[in-house]
Design a protein around this ligand. Structure first.
Ligand code: GAL
Length: 380
């Protein structure tokens, strides 16, 4: 080959790969690789979505190809059509400083970003585990930014609601919970242990230092009030806690949802005045059957319903675990369920499964598998 034809071949190959990378996606294909603007599978797991000034932002865990710790941080992508995503880089980076709560090698999971209407700031809450401690720390991290793409500034991490009892606990309930001692219930999963958990065995243990906070989401209601929903009490009980007006702290008002019910991966939305909560069971990276709850008020009561998944592999939630539910801008009724199909051998390569929610006549959500779909066709 002459030098000239070699150069032409090189140029042609470059154009070809650029063409492949720039190819526009016309559909969402749940469970398939999802290439970003550079042709790389979107590395934003356990994610959440924000719509802001005409654009969607997808925040999620930037995961390594091997291993379970956070080496980079929270990644953010932007899109105008929900299918084609531009990598905007690292929104919240791990710290290189030894001893920092977000030191490289910590674990950052399930980041959710909301814009605070009063301060105009973008606020990120995420599940934080401290370096070298496995999942023992069970904390929530707060970070803030002036721009949706960051850089987010880490503010602090904590366990929520230290020194505070749930809003629906009477003085008598508190007295009874305080009297429960862990050493009297060494054997888990027995009926008496379950009753003790429901009455506040672990809740009471954690009141002084704050409740454990692992899998989580953030929900902003129509009135602008925001709520942090997280797995507390060794992942046995969900808490729903009201955030302060700047979204950076807790008001101290919180309730427990399904005490002892072992719910993780909370996702929530409101439709026609009803709140719907879709969760998973607790089996780590392995999929399990989702659960669903509904309520007329965030403070409960929450009624448990069957899983919204129907069809083949519904008992394994189509091999996924939920992470967020959002409403498509400009639609009357376009809700999307975002989930992860975890690959613990290579978390980076875990697949994203986004499915449109369907609704029964009485409003009950249904999740049905589709190989591919288009937001435009689905919701028009
Ligand atoms: C899952 C949880 C994930 C991650 C994982 C670790 O149950 O939903 O976010 O924490 O466990 O094993």
């Amino acid at each position: 080959m002459t030098r000239k034809s070699f150069l032409w071949l090189g140029l042609w190959l470059c154009c070809l790969t650029a063409g492949v990378k720039a190819q526009q996606l016309e559909r969402i294909s749940p469970g398939q690789e999802w290439p970003d603007n550079k042709g790389e599978h979107i590395n934003a797991h356990g994610g959440g979505l924000l719509f802001d000034e005409g654009k969607y932002y997808w925040y999620g865990e930037n995961r390594p190809a091997r291993g379970f710790t956070t080496e980079v941080g929270v990644e953010v992508y932007s899109s105008t059509d929900l299918m084609n995503w531009t990598d905007e880089g690292v929104a919240l980076a791990v710290s290189e400083e030894a001893g920092s709560p977000i030191e490289r090698g910590c674990i950052m999971e399930r980041p959710k970003v909301v814009r605070n209407p009063k301060t105009g700031k973008y606020v990120m809450l995420f599940h934080l585990e401290l370096k070298g401690q496995g999942y023992a720390a069970a904390r929530v991290g707060f970070a803030e930014s002036d721009s949706p793409t960051g850089p987010f500034r880490f503010i602090r991490s904590l366990r929520p609601n230290a020194g505070v009892w749930p809003a629906d606990f009477s003085r008598k309930d508190i007295r009874e919970a305080k009297a429960l001692k862990e050493e009297d219930y060494k054997e888990w999963w027995t009926p008496t242990w379950r009753e003790a958990v429901t009455k506040g065995l672990l809740l009471a243990r954690d009141v002084p230092g704050g409740q454990m906070s692992r899998d989580m989401t953030v929900f902003v209601d129509d009135d602008g009030k925001a709520y942090h929903i997280y797995s507390a009490e060794e992942n046995l009980t969900l808490n729903l806690a009201e955030l302060t007006d700047d979204y950076l702290d807790y008001t101290g008002k919180y309730v427990r949802i399904a005490p002892g019910g072992q719910n993780e991966a909370p996702t929530i939305f409101k439709r026609d005045g009803t709140y719907w909560l879709i969760t998973s069971g607790c089996t780590g990276w392995a999929p399990n059957e989702a659960r669903m709850f509904k309520a007329e008020s965030l403070w409960g009561p929450w009624e448990q319903l069957p899983s919204p998944f129907v069809g083949k592999d519904a008992d394994k939630s189509f091999h996924t675990q939920g992470t967020y539910i959002f409403k498509v801008e400009g639609t009357d009724d376009g809700y999307v369920f975002m989930a992860d199909r975890w690959n613990p051998r290579s978390l980076k390569n875990s697949r994203h499964v986004w499915l449109p929610l369907e609704f029964k006549a009485d409003g009950t959500p249904v999740l049905r598998w589709v190989d591919s779909w288009s937001p435009r066709e689905q919701f028009d």
